[in-house]
Design a protein around this ligand. Sequence first.
Ligand code: TYM
Length: 336
Amino acid sequence: MEENVKKLTEFSAIKPTGTLTLGSYLGAIKNWNELCEEYNSIFCVADMHSITIRMDPAVLRRNALEQLAYYIASGLDTEKCILFIQSHVHEHAELSWVLGCYAMFGELSRMTQFKDKSAKNADNINGGLFTYPVLMAADILLYGTDVVPVGEDQRQHVELCRDIANRFNGVYGDVFKLPRAIVPKVGARVMSLTEPEKKMSKSDDNDPGSVMLRDTDDVIMRKFKRAVTDCETCVRFDPENKKGVSNLMTIYSAVTGKSYEEIEREFDGKGYGVFKPAVGEAVCDTVRPIREEANRLLADKAYLESIYADGAAKASRIAARTLSKVYKKVGFIKKA
Ligand code: TYM
């Protein structure tokens, strides 16, 4: 892809701590695709972000490659987008160090994800977990990013990135563009099918509440048939009182494009026995071609390698320019 100076830039990433879920697809990847035509598009597999929790190295490698395959299988055009693996572009870690000196202890302590993850991993509250949003800010700022398509849970991190950039610009002039998060209207927060008060998460592969993109049709149908609803029988959008049903409606709306009113009419008088499998089938229709294409790509390691090698080369050229500007601004002597 020729970098087009007139176009705005979108950047986003996912950390390969597990296999991709329907939540990551509807909250993020689907939206990346929609912006691809209009924007310079850069996406990475955020492997460096994954090691804030203890990960088996072989599993991390497998997840990272699988994630890249799923990016492509979801429709990202490898001619138009830059797709790369974060650890292949060393500028991410380097800019992260600099930005860390412009991120405040107080603001990092207030990050919801840090608080949640520290509560969940009380025996491993490491420095990486704390400075994670700084690395994320480096990811975004290296590429002169204008927009960051993410799910609702990442909005706070993008806002912090903006604050850090603003603070840095306040000292050194206009070095960084100020990015903003773009969150989808439907699907920004897909909830667990079994515990609809919790976000659908990729951390646990065997979780019956999480639909994985690599799940077979049978597994997807089983998960939807067992999805938690309520003791009424009517399909009505009411996220306060009918969390399970409203979540299923959100998923159905996101994959079919139907509005909540249309969905209510479609299932009027039909009950959950008809509604739940219908959502399952619509999800299978969306996920099946992606899964099949990802499996085909995963059998061709040489092709995937060519994509991430090319992506890292292109990303590095942009990242090196930004980092060198930053180093100069803060007063580091240029390497002879
Ligand atoms: P991660 O890996 O937790 O999630 C990846 C993307 O998927 C979205 N998402 C969801 N959206 C809706 N419903 C859900 N249940 C759901 N689960 C996940 C997330 O909002 C996110 O957009 N720190 C980031 C990864 C990252 C990044 C970046 C993102 C690293 N560097 C730079 C943007 C820009 C993360 O952990 O996302």
